[in-house]
Ligand binder design. Structure first.
Ligand code: 5AD
Ligand code: SF4
Length: 443
C-alpha cells in the first residue's frame, strides 16, 4: 500500500548507515526520497514501520557487522511481522543471491542505483522480497536534494561509480560505472547549502578527481565552487593518484578556499604489489606526484590508505610499504588488512598472507604512523592556524573543536565571542598524534 501522508498515523522509517562517506551521503538522498513518499523519521528501529540498513561491502568485516545487526532486527521483525526490513547499498548489490537465501526475512534488497524506486519497491514487497539491483550508468540523483544534517560541513557527491577496477576492490562491481553530476546541478545545490549556513563543502566521489562533465574537469569544479559566496572551505575525497592532473593541482594551489590537504591512497610501497593490484602507477611516479604537489602547495597535508597482506605480499614488499610511509611522511594513514572479495580480479589469485601475519603488518603500520603523526603534529607547536569552529569538543568541558586547513583536529577553550561556523586563529600549544591543543589569539 502506498503510504498516504494524510492518514492519521504517518508511516515511519528508520535508516542505519554503514561504511564510507559516500554511503552517509547516499543515506541523505534515501531520506529525501522517503520523505517525499510520505514517511517520517523514526529514532529507533522499535518505532519504525520500515527499517533500512545502508551497507558496505569493501571488506568481509563490514559485511559481518551488518549480518550481526540483521540478526537483531530479525528478532524484532519476528515479534512484529508487519515491519518491513530492507537492505540497501553495496552489500545488497554484492550479495543479492546469498542474501535472498540466507536472510529470507528480508522484504527488500536494493542496490545503490535503485533508491529512486524505494517507495514502489516497499509497496510491492510481500511474501517474496522486492529485489532491485539494476546498475544504471545514468543515475546520479542530481534532481534529488539530499536531507542534510545541520552543521558547518556538508558532503556533496559530485561523481558516482568507478572505472578503475583495482584488482582488490569490489566498488566498480557494486557501484557501477563512473558518472559525474552536471556543474549547474552541483552549483545550485552548493549555493543552497551556503544559504543554509554551511561553510565547508566536502566533494565526494570514488575517484573524485576523475570528475568530468562535458568540458568541465575537476579543477574547474573546484574553481566554480570557490566563487560561491558563503562557502569558505572546499575539500574532496578520494582522489586517485593516476588522475591527479595539472589542472587539479593548479586549482588547489591558486584557490585559497581549497584546503591544503590531499588524501592520496598509495595502497602499497612495492612496485610488484602495485602492479598486481593494477593501481596504474609505480612508486617512482607516486613519489614524483607527491613532490610536485608539495612544491605547488607548500604546507599541504597528505594522508593515505594502505592495504597490508595483499596476495603475494612478501616481507620485502611490506618493508617497502613502511619505507614509502617514511619517505612521504604522511600526516595520517588508514590501514586495512587485505580482504578477498568475490567478483574482483584478485579473487582467483588467492590469499597468501596468513591472518596472523596481516595482524603483525597492520600493527607495524599503525605504530609507524603514530610516530610520524606525532612528529609532524609537534612540528606545528607555536604556529597559528585558522580553525573553522564545528562545535563543542567531544571531550573536555568548555572546549571547542574544529579543523585546521590541513584537516587536523584542533581544540581550544571557548572565548566569549566565538561560535560554531566562525573561523578563529588558534596558536598550537601542545600536540598528540591525533589532536592539536591551543588557544584563540585575541582579535
Ligand atoms: N581489502 C582491504 N582493503 C580494501 N580497500 C578496498 N578494498 C579492499 C579490500 N578488498 C581499502 C583501500 C581503499 C579503502 C577505501 O579501502 O585502501 O582505499
Ligand atoms: Fe576501488 Fe580502485 Fe576504484 Fe578506489 S579506484 S574505488 S580502490 S577500484
Amino acid at each position: 500500500m502506498e503510504p498516504n501522508p494524510h492518514q492519521a498515523r504517518q508511516p515511519k522509517v528508520y535508516l542505519e548507515t554503514y561504511g564510507c562517506q559516500m554511503n552517509v551521503a547516499d543515506s541523505q538522498t534515501v531520506s529525501a526520497i522517503m520523505r517525499r513518499a510520505g514517511y517520517a523519521n523514526a529514532e529507533r528501529p522499535e518505532d519504525a514501520d520500515v527499517i533500512l540498513l545502508n551497507t558496505c561491502a569493501i571488506r568481509e568485516h563490514a559485511e559481518e557487522r551488518v549480518l550481526g545487526r540483521l540478526g537483531d532486527l530479525a528478532r524484532l521483525k519476528h515479534a512484529r511481522p508487519e515491519i518491513k526490513l530492507g537492505l540497501l547499498g553495496c552489500m545488497a548489490q554484492h550479495n543479492r543471491a546469498a542474501l535472498a537465501r540466507k536472510a529470507a526475512y528480508l522484504d527488500l534488497i536494493a542496490g545503490p542505483d535503485s533508491y529512486r524506486r524505494l517507495p514502489e519497491l516497499l509497496a510491492r514487497a510481500g511474501f517474496d522480497p522486492a529485489v532491485d539491483v539494476r546498475l544504471d550508468r545514468a543515475e546520479t540523483y542530481a534532481d534529488i536534494s539530499p536531507e542534510y544534517p545541520d552543521g558547518v560541513r556538508a558532503y556533496v557527491t559530485i561523481m558516482r561509480g568507478c572505472d578503475k577496477f583495482c584488482a582488490f576492490c569490489v566498488v566498480p562491481y557494486v557501484r557501477g560505472r563512473e558518472r559525474s553530476i552536471a556543474p549547474a546541478d552541483l552549483m545550485r545545490e552548493i549555493r543552497g547549502l551556503a544559504e543554509r549556513g554551511v561553510r565547508e563543502i566536502v566533494m565526494l566521489g570514488q575517484t573524485v578527481n576523475a570528475y568530468r562533465s562535458g568540458d568541465t574537469d575537476f579543477g574547474a569544479i573546484l574553481k566554480m565552487t570557490a566563487r560561491i559566496d558563503g562557502i569558505e572551505r572546499i575539500r574532496f575525497t578520494s582522489p586517485h593518484p593516476a588522475e591527479m592532473t595539472e589542472s587539479a593541482i593548479e586549482a588547489i594551489a591558486s584557490e585559497p578556499k581549497v584546503m591544503p590537504h590531499l588524501h592520496l591512497p598509495v595502497q602499497s610501497g612495492s612496485d610488484r604489489i602495485l602492479a598486481a593490484m593494477e593501481r596504474g602507477y609505480t612508486v617512482k611516479e607516486y613519489l614524483s606526484l607527491v613532490d610536485k604537489v608539495r612544491a605547488a602547495i607548500p604546507g599541504i597535508a597528505i594522508s593515505t590508505d594502505i592495504i597490508v597482506g595483499f596476495h603475494g605480499e612478501e616481507d620485502r614488499d611490506f618493508e617497502e610499504t613502511l619505507a614509502i610511509m617514511r619517505t612521504v611522511s604522511y600526516d595520517q594513514a588508514f590501514s586495512f588488512k587485505y580482504s578477498v572479495r568475490e567478483n574482483t580480479r584478485a579473487y582467483r589469485l588467492g590469499d597468501s598472507v596468513s591472518e596472523e601475519e596481516k595482524g603483525r603488518r597492520i600493527a607495524a603500520v599503525i605504530a609507524l604512523q603514530e610516530t610520524i603523526s606525532l612528529e609532524r603534529n609537534r612540528a606545528t607547536l607555536g604556529q597559528v592556524f585558522p580553525v573553522l569552529i564545528e562545535g563543542p569538543a567531544r571531550r573536555g568541558i568548555g572546549l571547542l573543536a574544529g579543523k585546521t586547513p590541513q584537516f587536523k583536529t584542533a581544540i581550544f577553550p571557548t572565548g566569549d565571542t566565538t561560535r560554531t561556523g566562525e573561523t578563529v586563529a588558534v596558536r598550537v600549544e601542545s600536540a598528540t598524534g591525533h589532536t592539536l591543543t591551543g588557544s584563540i589569539l585575541a582579535a
